[in-house]
Design a protein around this ligand. Structure first.
Ligand SMILES: Nc1ncnc2c1ncn2[C@@H]1O[C@H](COP(=O)(O)OP(=O)(O)OP(=O)(O)O)[C@@H](O)[C@H]1O
Ligand SMILES: [Mg+2]
Length: 354
């Protein structure tokens, strides 16, 4: 029966009209967009569970800001780890909160018959079929009537403004919190890809252990992220800041001075790994693809593309022109919106109409 109603909703009959929504379930940030409204939700992908009552009581940005400050019985978690849904119940609770906050106001504008939500989302290519199914089911359980999951790299490439169906390859490096996806997209598919789990979250941990080893102080996850964002750049600018953490020796708060060069030193192995992997992907690509990549350059997306000077640093090290995509931070969600505008394109990707 529900299958029958689901099919009717896809027919776009006035009685079963659906509201098209797009979900980028990122490791650090969840973005949601609604057709013709644009991005309506952008919050940290964090949840807070009261382990005594088993209720989820904190969500999104609020949950992130209280990380490390809660009593033992409140657990702050990330339901997405390294781009993969790893806490199903937590993600359902999170999506229910997000849908209620960002999509339900549009649904309640319809007085008589409420439209159902038709969701388009993406999953990283390293996700297994079971993990992709979990993404689909989490959205269904959170209230979406139908869910379509496409490859994340395809959505991101489309969000960069590339014609993903052309046979001119495009090289995109999506640098997020949980994954660095390096993909060459052409002819409506991924022709070569490599994925690194050492992304933004890993860099925060690397910085924490660097400060711990060098200065003997313990820093929280959020502090490390803020320091990284403030100090890291690949320009010639050397920024310094004073950071406060807990002294390993005395257990009391202690301040130390950190500079851009410290952060670069702490993260240098990860950046070298990204550069090596970028070169390897070109090396394993067919010669025609490699040649066009050299001509077209490499587009950077994800919030790590905001690191000042990263494009010039990559261009210099790789000897391939590298540039920051226009809508780098929201490329994936913009790609989903774009693909949904053209049902024929989506049909070519998934084999059915959304
Ligand atoms: N200026 C900056 N310098 C360094 N890192 C930054 C900067 N701005 C943001 N970041 C990092 O970018 C990461 C978040 O990127 P993004 O929002 O693209 O990830 P996501 O989409 O949530 O995750 P993913 O796509 O990996 O699942 C975080 O690790 C954050 O610390
Ligand atoms: Mg992302």
């Amino acid at each position: 029966m529900s299958n029958f109603i689901g099919k009717l909703s896809k027919l776009q009959l006035p009685f079963f009209s659906s509201l098209h929504a797009y979900f980028d379930m990122g490791t650090s940030q969840t973005r949601i967009a609604v057709r013709e409204k644009g991005v309506v939700f952008r919050e940290a992908t964090y949840i807070g569970l009261n382990t005594r009552t088993k209720e989820y009581i904190f969500f999104g940005n609020e949950a992130k800001t209280i990380l490390g400050k809660t009593p033992d019985f409140i657990r702050i978690d990330k339901p997405i780890v390294n781009g993969i849904l790893s806490d199903f119940d937590g993600e359902v609770a999170y999506l229910s909160y997000a849908i209620d906050k960002a999509i339900n106001p549009y649904i309640s504008q319809h007085f008589l018959i409420k439209p159902t939500v038709s969701a388009l989302t993406s999953a990283p290519s390293i996700a297994t079929e079971i993990e992709k199914r979990a993404v689909e089911e989490s959205l269904t359980k959170a209230g979406c009537r139908s869910v379509t999951v496409i490859e994340r790299a395809i959505a991101t490439a489309s969000g960069c403004g590339f014609n993903i169906f052309s046979h001119h390859p495009h090289y995109i490096i999506d640098m997020g919190a949980g994954l660095i996806e390096l993909s060459i997209v052409s002819g409506g598919g991924i022709v070569a890809q490599k994925t690194l789990k050492n992304a933004g979250d890993h860099m925060n941990k690397q910085l924490a252990s660097y400060v711990y080893m060098k200065h003997g102080i313990i820093l929280g996850e959020n502090s490390c992220e803020e320091i990284k964002k403030e100090l890291l750049n690949f320009t010639s600018e050397e920024i310094a800041t004073t950071v406060r953490g807990k002294s390993l020796e005395t257990g009391l708060p202690k301040s130390v001075k950190l500079k851009t060069s410290d952060v670069k030193e702490a993260l240098s192995s990860t950046f070298h790994q990204i550069l090596d992997t970028t070169k390897e992907l070109v090396e394993i690509s067919p010669p025609e693809v490699a040649d066009e990549v050299f001509q077209n350059g490499i587009a950077l997306t994800g919030n790590m593309a905001a690191i000042p000077g990263i494009d010039h640093f990559f261009s210099k090290e790789l000897k391939i022109e590298t540039y920051v995509a226009k809508q780098y931070a929201d490329a994936t969600i913009h790609g989903l919106i774009h693909l949904d505008k053209n049902p024929d394109d989506l049909f070519k990707l998934v084999g059915y109409q959304q």
